[in-house]
Design a protein around this ligand. Structure first.
Ligand SMILES: [Zn+2]
Length: 253
């Protein structure tokens, strides 16, 4: 059954399409750019879970990860997931001038397209100035998931056809909240639901010197939580689709 309305209905029972997205990048701040435990240890555990549940996700990958860990990126593609683009250095685009922004987009695109066709983009930190959106179309992207429904920029967005913009529905740490808080929150999300996780969440970081939201309930707990979240949506009859298939589904709706 496919819904025929727009993407912004606020009814509880109507979610039929969910995209799980993975920001495939170095470990959380302040480790960013220096450690890759998520890529080395978290990603294999995540791939295994997704394989067991038959979920194909979209992995927004930095060129840095692709260059350091080509086998890990090839494994993602091999498993049938969509490869998306997440820039080169994981720098926030609102700190870049246009030339640097263009360099990030063109360089990451070039590197990632040696692994698979790449047509979906997400900016690091979900921060992407509207003035740079045309750079995405110019680089051949058809989908942008740099917006988040829970951030102010979402309400200031403009359409940039033919680019489709599909925001993230909730921040990643929500998935690790206690079930009694998390599940009602997730059940209230509108279709299509876009979830995201980071591979480092599946590494036990509880004793590291990190912000609370980067370390609480990481490791096995996070993996179990994600399994429960997948099952919650599947039990409601929703299908998990990579983002580019979500876009086709929303266009034909
Ligand atoms: Zn990121």
């Amino acid at each position: 059954m496919r819904r025929t309305g727009t993407a912004d209905h606020h009814t509880r029972a109507s979610v039929t399409r969910v995209s799980l997205t993975v920001d495939f990048e170095p470990d959380c701040p302040p480790y960013l750019s220096s450690t890759f435990r998520g890529v080395e240890q978290g990603a294999p555990a995540l791939l295994d879970l997704l394989d067991r549940r038959g979920v194909r996700a979209t992995w927004f990958t930095t060129a840095e990860v692709a260059e350091r860990y080509p086998a890990a990126v090839a494994a993602v593609v091999q498993a049938g997931h969509e490869l998306g683009c997440h820039g080169v250095t994981h720098t926030a685009f609102d700190k870049l001038d246009e030339r640097a922004a263009q360099w990030e987009i063109e360089t990451s695109t070039e590197v990632l397209r040696t692994f698979a066709p790449v047509t979906s983009f997400r900016a690091p930190y979900l921060r992407f100035p509207e003035k740079y959106v045309p750079l995405l179309s110019a680089a051949g992207f058809t989908l942008d998931s740099s917006l988040a429904k829970y951030k102010r920029a979402y309400h200031r967005r403009r359409e940039h056809a033919p680019l489709t913009r599909i925001p993230a529905s909730v921040t990643s740490s929500v998935l690790r909240l206690p079930r009694a808080i998390r599940d009602p929150w997730l059940r209230a999300l509108a279709d299509p639901v876009v979830l995201f996780v980071h591979p480092w969440e599946f590494v036990d970081l509880r004793r590291e010197r990190l912000r609370l939201d980067c370390r609480f309930r990481t490791g096995t707990f996070a993996l179990n939580a994600l399994r429960e979240v997948i099952d919650l949506f599947v039990q409601r009859g929703a299908a998990f689709l990579p983002m580019r298939e979500l876009m086709t589904a929303s266009k034909t709706a």
